[in-house]
Write a protein that binds this ligand. Structure first.
Ligand code: DOR
Ligand code: ZN
Length: 434
C-alpha cells in the first residue's frame, strides 16, 4: 500500500509511464501542480524541493475511462449509488465513468441529469459522464428531448438494457441525436429471439437444459443499427459486443465508412459459456457469455481496432436478486473493481496483448470512441492518473468489494497486477484498504 498524504505539488518519480500515444513504455517522472500535469521528463529522477513519490515499482497510466456502468441511482439504491459506484470505479483505477440511463425514473429528464451531476461532484470519487435515455421511460417508442438533455449535460444517449425494436423510432432517434452531436449507444439484442433466453445457444445450453440465445439475436440487431447509422450519418456505438459475427459486421461497416464504434466487456473477453455448468447466477449476463471462437474474435477485433475499447457493463444486483433460480435471476455482474486485474491476468500475462495495449483499451480508446476528455498523459492536462503494480499477486476477496452489490463470479480469483490507486486532479485515492 502506498503511504501518500495528499499534497498539491509533487513529483511522481521513476515510474514506467504507459503513455498511450507512445510506441512503448518508458521510465520517467511527472510533476503535478494544482491538479494538473506540469512536467514530464524521461528520467528516473530530477532535482527538486517538492515532495517526491518514489514509484519505481509501478506503472503510471492515464486514469481509466469506463463508458458503460450501471450506477442504479436514482431508484435502485439498494444495488448501487453514485457514491458506492464511483468508489468502486476509483478502486478499479477509473477516473471517469459514464453511467447508464436504466434507472427509476430513467435518465430522461434534465432534472435527473442535474441531480446525478451534483451527487457525483459532492462525492468526488471520480468524474461522472451521463447517458440520457434514448426513449421516454426506456419504452422504445417516443424519442426524448435530446436538446434539453444535452444542455443538462448528457454525453451520450442509450436505452441500454433493451434494444429499440421499432426501426422507425431508432431512425428518428439517430437522426435527432446526430443533429445534437450525441452518440447513440445501442444494446444490440433482438428482443424476440432473446426473450426468456438464459445463456448462449449451443452445446452447453443443450446439456444444461437452459434456453439459449443464438448469436443471430445480436447480429440481426447490429446489422439493422449499422444500416440506420449509414442512413442517418449519426454516430452509433455498439455496446458489449459478444459474437464473432458482430465483430465481422462492425469491421466491414467501418471499412465502408459508417460512423460506428464498439466496446467489449472484460467478461465477454475472458469467460466462456462452459462456466455456466456451475449454475452460478452471477454468470448470467446480457448478452450472454459466448464460446471460444467468439472470445478469440473479440480479442482480434480489439487488437485490429474494430472493437474500439473495453467497457465494464458494471451491473450491480443484490444478493436477494441473484440468490434465486437461474431463470428468475436478473442479468448482470459487477466489473469496475476487477476489469484491469482480470484482463491483465488473462490477456497480458498470457501474451495475448501487451500492457501498453491494455492501457490503450482502457483509456484513450474509450475516450476517443465517445468523444470524452481524458485518457492521455500530457502537459497541462488534468492529473487524472492511475498507479499500477503489474507484478503484485493478490486474491479478490469479497471483503474488498467497494460496490454495494457483490454479484461477481470472480470472488476468490487469483490475479497478477493490481491497481494501487488513482490521482484525480492530483488528489490521491488509494485502491487498497487499510
Ligand atoms: O447484463 C446486463 N445487465 N446487461 C444489460 O444490458 C443490462 C444490465 C443491467 O442493467 O443489469
Ligand atoms: Zn449495460
Amino acid at each position: 500500500m502506498i503511504d501518500w498524504k495528499d499534497k498539491r505539488e509533487f513529483w511522481i518519480m521513476g515510474a514506467r509511464i504507459a503513455d498511450p500515444s507512445a510506441e512503448r513504455m518508458r521510465v520517467g517522472s511527472v510533476c503535478v501542480q494544482r491538479g494538473a500535469i506540469t512536467e514530464i521528463v524521461w528520467q528516473k529522477s530530477v532535482d527538486t524541493d517538492l515532495p517526491v513519490l518514489e514509484a519505481e515499482r509501478f506503472v503510471l497510466a492515464p486514469g481509466f475511462v469506463d463508458v458503460h456502468a450501471h450506477l442504479r441511482e436514482p431508484g435502485y439504491e439498494e444495488k448501487e449509488t453514485i457514491e458506492t459506484g464511483t468508489a468502486a470505479a476509483a478502486a478499479g483505477g477509473y477516473t471517469a465513468v459514464l453511467c447508464m440511463a436504466n434507472t427509476n425514473p430513467a435518465i430522461d429528464d434534465p432534472s435527473v441529469v442535474e441531480y446525478l451531476a451534483r451527487r457525483a461532484s459532492l462525492v468526488g470519487n471520480c468524474r461522472l459522464y451521463i447517458a440520457g435515455a434514448l426513449t421516454k421511460g426506456l419504452g422504445g417508442e417516443i424519442v426524448n428531448e435530446y436538446g434539453l438533455l444535452k444542455h443538462a449535460g448528457v454525453s451520450a444517449l442509450s436505452d441500454d438494457g433493451r434494444w429499440v425494436t421499432n426501426s422507425q423510432t431508432m431512425r428518428t432517434a439517430l437522426e435527432y441525436a446526430g443533429q445534437h452531436g450525441l452518440p447513440v449507444i445501442s444494446h444490440c439484442e433482438d428482443s424476440f429471439l432473446a426473450q426468456s433466453a438464459l445463456m448462449n445457444e449451443g452445446y452447453h445450453s443443450t446439456r444444461l437444459g437452459l434456453r439459449g440465445e443464438p448469436a443471430a439475436a445480436e447480429e440481426i440487431a447490429v446489422s439493422r443499427d449499422i444500416m440506420l447509422a449509414a442512413l442517418t450519418g449519426a454516430h452509433l456505438h455498439v455496446a458489449h459486443v459478444s459474437t464473432a459475427g458482430s465483430v465481422d459486421l462492425i469491421r466491414r461497416a467501418k471499412k465502408r465508412g459508417v460512423r460506428v464504434t464498439a466496446e467489449a466487456t472484460p467478461h465477454h473477453l475472458t469467460l466462456d459459456d462452459s462456466l455456466l455448468e456451475s449454475y452460478d447466477t452471477n454468470l448470467k449476463v446480457q448478452p450472454p457469455l459466448r464460446g471460444r471462437k467468439d472470445i478469440d474474435a473479440l480479442r482480434a477485433g480489439l487488437l485490429d481496432g474494430t472493437i474500439d475499447c473495453v467497457a465494464t457493463d458494471h451491473a450491480p444486483h443484490t444478493e436477494i436478486d441473484k440468490d434465486v433460480e437461474f431463470d428468475e435471476a436478473p442479468p448482470g455482474m459487477i466489473g469496475l473493481e476487477t476489469a484491469f486485474a482480470q484482463l491483465h491476468t488473462r490477456l497480458v500475462k498470457t501474451g495475448v496483448v501487451d500492457l501498453l495495449d491494455l492501457v490503450r483499451f482502457l483509456t484513450v480508446r474509450p475516450a476517443e470512441a465517445l468523444e470524452l476528455p481524458g485518457g492521455c498523459i500530457k502537459k497541462e492536462a488534468p492529473a487524472d492518473l492511475v498507479l499500477i503494480d503489474p507484478e503484485e499477486e493478490w486474491t479478490f476477496d469479497r471483503a474488498l468489494i467497494r460496490s454495494r452489490s457483490k454479484n461477481t463470479p470472480l470472488v476468490g480469483a487469483a490475479f497478477t497486477g493490481r491497481v494501487q490507486g488513482i490521482f484525480l486532479e492530483g488528489k490521491w485515492r488509494s485502491a487498497i484498504m487499510g
